[in-house]
Each structure stands twice: as C-alpha cells, then as structure tokens.
Ligand binder design. Structure first.
Ligand code: DGL
Length: 266
C-alpha cells in the first residue's frame, strides 16, 4: 500500500481528460496535476524546448513526493520522455502505447487515422507503435496544431471549431478510415465536433481510458495502490488560476478546489 499521490502533467488542460478517467477507475488514488498553461502549446515547439520543459515539469512533480508519474501529454511522450527517464526514480506511464493498443482493438477495416500535434506526428512514434503491434494496418496521419488553442480557449463545439476540423480532417476522411486516434490529450474535448465531421461510424480512440486501466494494473503489480479514502486532488497551473478552474470544471464535471499558480522554469 502507498497513499502518496500520483503526479500527472500536460502542457495545459488536455491532461485533465486523463485525470477524469483516473478518477473514475481509481477513486482512492490522490493526484497532483500540473498543467503548463503558461507555456502551451508544446506540440508546435522544437524537440529541445519540449525536453527542457519536460525536465522542469518532472522535477516539480518529483519534489512533491509522488509515487508514480503519468505523462498525460502525447507530445512529451513522443519527443522527450526517453531523454528524461534517467532522472525519474518512480514508475512512469505514458499515453502512446495504450492509444496504439486501443486503435488496434477497435479497427475492423485496418484503416486507421492518427491526428496529433505537429511534434507527435513528425516523430512518427504513434505509427511505429501501431505498426509494431500489427504491420498489416494502413495509417493516415495529420497534424492539427490549432486544435490545442481551440481547447485552451474553451471553443470545443462551436462553428469555428467545426470549420477548423473540416479543413484538417478532409484528407483522412477521404481515406475512409474506420478508427481515428485522438493522439493529443486535448482532442477528446473536441470529440463532438470531430464526430460531426467524420461521422458516427468512425470510432474515436481516447487513450486516457486505456491508460487508466494500465495504471490500475501497474499499481496492483507493484503493490502501490492507495488505501486512503477520500482521495485528495491538488492542481497547479503556470497561468491563470481562474481560467484553469473555469475550464477544468467543465472537463471534470466537478468544481475544482486547490488550484495554485506556479512557475517551474523559463
Ligand atoms: N496535450 C498535449 C498532447 O497530448 C500537447 C498539446 C500541446 O501543447 O501542443 O500532445
């Protein structure tokens, strides 16, 4: 048993889609979340910058005595995790492998679309993760950089979001994929808009659900599950506390208390 919190981080609000799944599957686990809203987006920045930010994010959470780390950001998982892993002395889970597995479970036609940030798409990590598990599927990828800004602005389901989605998704739609990987933790918040463009018949993969399952297994395997009830949730953001509370409440469908502003580096 281990009642210490699990550290979760992302470049901003997107990681709260992962927090929401963890809360549902593991209600006893306390969480400390860091959203780097002040420096978002990560997905359009260079690998060097993402590595620098990741080192600072990780050091901040480790200073809070977390028992595990959840990288709730595909861009960090794709570009920076291998570079910082030697500095991490607790078990770590990332989002890409669970997303790849889930896509393969869902597809029937073997035609899979991947949408993610420019950094994640350029790294090719998602396609490799899927093709390593099943080399027979066909993959069609598209970077959708504006999606993150739409989400951070709270524009999840309006006309502008729909127009942007039409433009980004038109080529993938032509390829008649039956499964679409939402390869950025911000994108599940645009799920309804994406559904309007792609249609009901295209299954969307939100890796947060698979990640929560993997986290449960890992906690059990390492005998590190929490006994304590109720769980405590503490949030840190590098930008406005008010905005984090306002949008975070919509994502988690609950009021968010305990939000503090923090600077983890430049
Ligand atoms: N939510 C993040 C991801 O999963 C990053 C978005 C961004 O900052 O560009 O990739």
């Amino acid at each position: 048993m281990d009642d210490r919190p699990i550290g979760v981080f992302d470049s901003g609000l997107g990681g709260l889609t992962v927090v929401s799944e963890i809360m549902k599957s593991l209600p006893n686990e306390s969480l400390i979340y860091f959203g780097d809203n002040g420096r978002t987006p990560y997905g359009t920045k260079s690998k060097e910058t993402v590595i620098k930010y990741t080192k600072q994010d990780v050091a901040f959470l480790l200073s809070k005595d977390v028992k595990m780390l959840v990288v709730a950001c595909n861009t960090v998982s794709a570009l920076a995790l291998s570079e910082v892993s030697s500095a991490i002395n607790v078990p770590v889970l990332e989002v890409i492998k669970p997303g790849a597995k889930s896509a393969l479970k869902k597809t029937k036609s073997g035609r899979i679309g991947i949408i993610a940030t420019p950094g994640t798409i350029a790294s090719g990590v998602y396609s490799s993760a899927i093709l390593n598990l099943n080399p027979a599927v066909e993959i069609f990828s598209k970077a959708c950089p504006l999606f993150v800004s739409l989400v951070e602005e709270g524009w999840w389901n309006n006309e502008i979001a729909r127009m942007v989605a039409e433009e980004y998704l038109k080529d993938i739609k032509k390829e008649k994929v039956d499964t679409l990987v939402l390869g950025c933790t911000h994108y599940p918040l645009l799920s309804e808009t994406i559904r309007k463009v792609m249609g009901d018949e295209v299954s969307q993969v939100n890796s947060a659900k698979e990640l929560a399952l993997a986290l449960k297994e890992l906690l059990e395997e390492k005998e590190m599950s929490a006994a304590q009830k109720p769980a405590r949730y503490i949030y840190y953001t590098s930008d406005s506390v008010e905005k984090f509370k306002e949008l975070g409440k919509l994502i988690l469908s609950a009021d968010i208390e305990n939000v503090e502003r923090v600077d983890v580096g430049n």
